[in-house]
Design a binder for this molecule. Structure first.
Ligand SMILES: [Zn+2]
Length: 69
């Protein structure tokens, strides 16, 4: 005698066994932009430039000081 139960595989969440904090989150990215905080004025903005300095501070000539120079 075999007692096989039909197993529904239509609903399969690969992360069902994981706690919420271990599940992969959708990454907030807008077209290659990254969210940065300007070290000069503290402005939080999105940029695709390698520097965190915003254009306003760049115009003012603000330089990012390196700690422990
Ligand atoms: Zn700035």
């Amino acid at each position: 005698m075999s007692d096989k139960k039909p197993v529904c595989t239509c609903i399969q969440d690969p992360y069902a066994d994981l706690p919420p904090e271990l599940r992969p989150k959708p990454v907030q990215k807008i077209g290659g932009l990254r969210k940065v905080t300007c070290p000069g004025c503290g402005l939080v903005y999105w940029t695709n430039r390698p520097t965190d300095l915003c254009v306003n501070c760049e115009k003012k000539g603000v330089k990012i000081e390196n700690a422990g120079g």
